[in-house]
Design a protein around this ligand. Structure first.
Ligand code: CA
Length: 250
């Protein structure tokens, strides 16, 4: 696929806002905060953009032409692939009912206009921390495995683990949701990106390599690795579906 070396650490945020001036200020501030931004100005376009390249988070204005913000929210929540897409809704001051309906429709949080960009960035970070800890530059820890996204280093019980970029991204996806089973398609979306065609068995091949690397014992005096000896296997196979990290397995 030619993107073995491409690792996009910045969270991708889609802004659906029909007021050009507001969208511009928002995009400027979020870009300055290190996010990758796309902007759409109506609800129909928001749905298309989410379908074409799923963002890590959607900022959704309540009042949008074509398809309203709440309807966009409802539709996204109704689809398996976007059920857990983090959504922050923007509502006008005083429209308390809208706020409640927005949360009912499945928004993760809301901001009342006018809002300060700093406050919105704090909310975005909080929502991303809950949904994708790796995107806010944290270390992921699970069962003795530490994945340091900033330094791009992995250790298991203090010993370095060497992974190719694809295996790194698969482990990152699994460690962002420890204990939860990810389908092969979810792993493909997270590790390769949405709308990239990868066969299921390619995922299996990379999982096998990841298992071997995580289980390998590295000697301090020689670089020989001994797959399947030493550390126990922590990746659980959900037959016919996908994989999870499971501490109960070891
Ligand atoms: Ca609007």
């Amino acid at each position: 696929m030619g993107q073995e070396n491409v690792v996009n650490d910045a969270a991708n945020i889609l802004i659906a806002e029909d007021e050009p001036a507001q969208a511009e200020v928002l995009a400027f501030n979020l870009e300055a905060a290190g996010f990758a931004i796309r902007v759409v100005s109506d609800g129909a376009d928001a749905l298309i953009q989410v379908e074409e390249a799923r963002p890590d988070l959607l900022i959704l204005d309540w009042m949008l032409p074509e398809v309203s913000g709440i309807e966009v929210c409802r539709r996204l929540r109704g689809h398996e692939a976007t059920r857990e897409l983090p959504i922050i809704m923007l509502t006008a001051r005083g429209e308390e009912d809208d706020r409640i309906r927005g949360l009912d429709a499945g928004a993760d949080d809301y901001m009342i206009k006018p809002y300060s960009p700093g406050e919105l960035i704090a909310r975005i970070s909080a929502v991303l921390r809950r949904s994708r800890p790796a995107l806010v530059g944290e270390k992921l820890d699970y069962a003795g495995i530490t994945l340091d996204l900033g330094a791009r280093k992995i250790t298991r019980d203090g010993q370095p683990v060497r992974l190719a970029p694809t295996e790194f991204r698969i482990l990152q996806a699994l460690m962002s949701r420890p204990g939860r089973v990810l389908s092969r398609q979810q792993i493909i979306d997270l590790a390769w990106g949405p709308n990239i065609y990868i066969e299921d068995r390619t995922v299996d091949v990379h999982i096998r390599r990841l298992r071997a690397a995580l289980s390998a014992t590295q000697s301090a005096t020689q670089s020989a690795t001994l797959p399947n000896e030493g550390q126990p296997d922590i990746i659980r196979t959900a037959r016919g579906f996908g994989y999870s990290l499971d501490i109960d397995k070891i």
